[in-house]
Unconditional design. Structure first.
Length: 70
């Protein structure tokens, strides 16, 4: 086979890997972003944080009373 007889592969063979690579990259970016969003803990809602604050204040008051040498 000489150089003149060589036939290049079809154009689609060169295009499909490029399109596939781009699709894979976009899929990874979107998928990892979604996964990161799903694994992020939800912030406390107002009623939960109010309970947590009240419990913290109660605990702090109890600690202060235990330190008071009356």
């Amino acid at each position: 086979m000489t150089e003149d007889e060589f036939e290049a592969p079809p154009f689609i063979w060169a295009v499909i890997p490029i399109v596939g690579g781009i699709a894979t990259g976009v899929g990874l970016i979107l998928g990892l972003g979604w996964l990161g969003h799903r694994l992020t803990p939800a912030p406390h809602n107002s009623s939960t944080s109010a309970l947590v604050n009240a419990a913290d204040k109660t605990q702090a008051a109890a600690e202060l009373e235990s330190l008071d040498p009356v």
